[in-house]
Design a protein. Structure first.
Length: 403
């Protein structure tokens, strides 16, 4: 059954978001109406990457981060909301985001709340952003909330750049190695193969194997080019099915070294977001719902949804977290301490600080581990091809020297 995400307003103007499984949109609308919510916006949930970060429509996350920080500074200085939006829209150089800011400014001028105006652009501002702004407006602490949001987004941006930076080097290096290997097999080795065949002597086993591989590559070039594309297409297709996505995400968490890093990233993201929302006055069940949908991993999402269900039944957060076996025991113990002392939000932020440092160390270690491994792969593949082509020449030189 397809899953739908929705946003709607309560009778007092609060924006409510969530997701549900239903046969079609009409059923979703009927359920939303039964919940006494109005102005619903429903969208079929994609099965791809679960985390909808700001900037998913061509607006970079960095742009949202800068906007939030500037907006927080202006609000903190006492500037009116509309004037802040007017100044920032005029300064904005990115046309799509400039258009969004002007639309938000017009909505605020027409009497809508800032949160409602943001909610009209769900592809730019995620539920976390909207719900925190709504909490800030209700509590009269929008300046404080925007500063917290700025810190939250800056941390998220740093975390994402760290992960991307760690993956770029090995991906580019292995890609270049694959291209060089193909060029050698398709263009260079056939020249040597023709020269060796004219010598009329048996080739060393290693050289013969490489020549045969080169011949096979030339005769099956379409297959060689199609295999990587087919693998990529297959993984993408798997990620778009619930079963496939569940299998892939579980596999990622079980990978040696990399799986531990992925788990630390998930913990850092969960604790930072949860801590920010709780300290901003967002109810714990609403916060868990948003954090679960923004986890980026269906295993973590399922675990947090299970925790949310148990909390709604009267349990504490630490008990069901422990039962999921997804989060490290240290995280569960620290959350338990936070609950018992009444400082859960503070404890969650401390955990986030710790795990962000852990991610930093893990990525440095991963990079240090990958570099020699990649060098070994390049040496074996490229070096092996080159040496195999020189073996007959060495043999011939040895034969001439022995005469």
């Amino acid at each position: 059954m397809p899953e739908f995400t929705y946003s709607a307003k309560s009778r007092n103007g609060d924006v409510k978001t969530g997701s549900m499984e239903a046969p079609n949109v009409d059923v979703v609308l009927q359920r939303i109406k039964a919940m006494n919510l109005v102005d619903p916006k429903v969208k079929k949930k994609g099965q791809g990457f679960a985390l909808k970060m700001p900037g998913s429509t061509g607006i970079p996350l960095k742009t949202i981060v800068v906007f939030t920080r500037q907006f927080a500074t202006m609000i903190d200085a006492g500037l009116p909301l509309v004037q802040c939006l007017d100044i920032l829209s005029k300064q904005q150089e990115l046309p799509p985001f400039k258009k969004v800011l002007l639309a938000i400014k017009n909505d605020v001028e027409s009497g809508k709340t800032f949160a409602d105006s943001l909610a009209r652009h769900p592809k730019v501002f995620d539920p976390l952003f909207i719900n925190l702004v709504a909490a800030g407006e209700v509590g009269g602490i929008l300046d404080t909330i925007m500063n917290r949001l700025a810190v939250q987004l800056e941390k998220a941006d740093k975390l994402r750049r760290q992960v991307k930076g760690a993956l770029v080097y090995p991906a580019v290096t292995l890609g270049v190695t694959a291209i060089c290997t193909f060029i050698l097999l398709y263009y260079v080795i056939p020249v040597f193969g023709k020269m060796f065949s004219e010598m009329g002597k048996a080739l060393p086993a290693m050289t013969q194997a490489v020549v045969d591989l080169s011949d096979w590559t030339k005769n099956n070039v379409l297959l060689v080019l199609a295999v990587p594309a087919a693998i990529g297409f297959g993984l993408n297709a798997m990620s778009k099915t619930p079963q496939g996505r569940n299998f892939l995400d579980r596999t990622y968490l079980r990978l040696p070294v990399l799986g531990d890093t992925i788990r630390k990233v998930a913990v850092a993201r969960f604790t930072r977001t949860m801590g920010t929302m709780l300290s901003s006055g967002v109810p714990i069940l609403d916060a868990l719902d948003i954090v679960a949908r923004a986890s980026g991993n269906v295993v973590v999402t399922a675990a947090l949804q299970q925790v949310r269900t148990k909390i709604s039944q009267g349990k504490t957060m630490s008990e069901p977290l422990k039962e999921t076996n997804v989060f490290p025991s240290m995280v569960v113990q620290m959350i338990e301490v936070g609950e018992s002392t009444g400082a859960l939000d503070t404890m969650l932020n401390k955990i986030a600080d710790f795990y962000e440092d852990e991610v930093d160390e893990a990525i440095r270690g991963l990079t240090a581990l990958l570099e020699p491994m990649i060098m070994c792969v390049i040496a074996v593949v490229i070096g092996g091809l080159v040496v195999s082509m020189y073996l007959p020449i060495f043999s011939l030189a040895g034969a001439i020297g022995g005469e």
